[in-house]
Design a protein around this ligand. Structure first.
Ligand code: SF4
Length: 231
């Protein structure tokens, strides 16, 4: 019995080591992340977003793949300088297979228009590609499984600036537990890309009092964007 237990402990220890190795590889950067995906999917690195979409559109690497209606890859300009990253598809997005198409999507369009962007100019993606049931927050295991896809999208798009929409996408990508209030109003670095944070449009629909702060964030984003375009 004692022998069996020690074998079991060895397996657990090996599993913990493997997990921490993979995490470290993710933190190292895009190429390492893709190397992991390649091992898991046995596919060559994609050279375009379209190719990547076809590689992963039937993904069932986590249980959300079994409850979704549609896989929501992302949409917009494949050469966008500005990339917007939300949390996960909601009910409308799950039904249509497109990010930000419900009431929050309409507000996002108005937010973009207020700083002179059209949706077609930017690219919009989420941390998760499939809807968590009842719109609950994404779980750490779902994020860990799906995040390499987003990192690969970032590698293919090569944006100059990223705007995180909401606490979860900001915390996941910046690997921090800081609050949204602490993260917004600053320029962060994400693998050499300027990274800004603002409220998720769905939160702005519920809490109107945050709109004035979101407006500040949007003006800040436009200013930083123009610096990049002019340089
Ligand atoms: S959420 Fe991501 S990892 Fe999970 S099934 Fe969907 S695409 Fe795959």
């Amino acid at each position: 019995m004692k022998e069996k237990k020690s074998e079991y402990e060895k397996v657990l220890q090996a599993f913990a080591l493997a997990k921490s190795f993979i995490k470290q590889q993710i933190e190292l950067g895009f190429d390492e992340v893709y190397a992991q995906m390649k091992t898991k999917t046995n596919q060559r690195p994609p050279t375009s977003l379209d190719e990547f979409y076809h590689q992963i559109k039937n993904c069932k690497r986590c249980h959300l793949g079994y409850s979704r209606t549609n896989f929501v890859f992302g949409s917009g300009n494949h050469q966008a300088k500005l990339l917007l990253i939300g949390e996960a598809p909601g009910r409308e997005e799950d039904l249509k297979g497109e990010p930000f198409v419900g009431a929050a999507g309409k507000l996002l369009d108005r937010m973009l228009a207020a700083i002179k962007f059209k949706r077609e100019e930017v690219y919009i993606a989420n941390i998760l590609k499939c809807r968590p049931p009842e719109n609950r927050d994404p779980r750490p295991d779902e994020i860990e499984t799906c995040k390499p896809y987003l990192l690969q999208q970032i590698k293919l798009i090569q944006p100059k600036i990223i705007l995180a929409l909401g606490r979860i996408s900001a915390q996941v990508l910046l690997q921090t537990k800081n609050s949204l209030g602490q993260l917004r109003g600053k320029i962060h670095d994400f693998n050499g890309i300027k990274f800004l944070v603002t409220y998720h449009p769905a939160a702005l629909l519920r809490y109107q009092q945050y709109k004035k702060f979101a407006w500040e964030d949007l003006k800040f984003l436009r200013k930083e964007y123009e610096k990049i375009v002019d340089s």
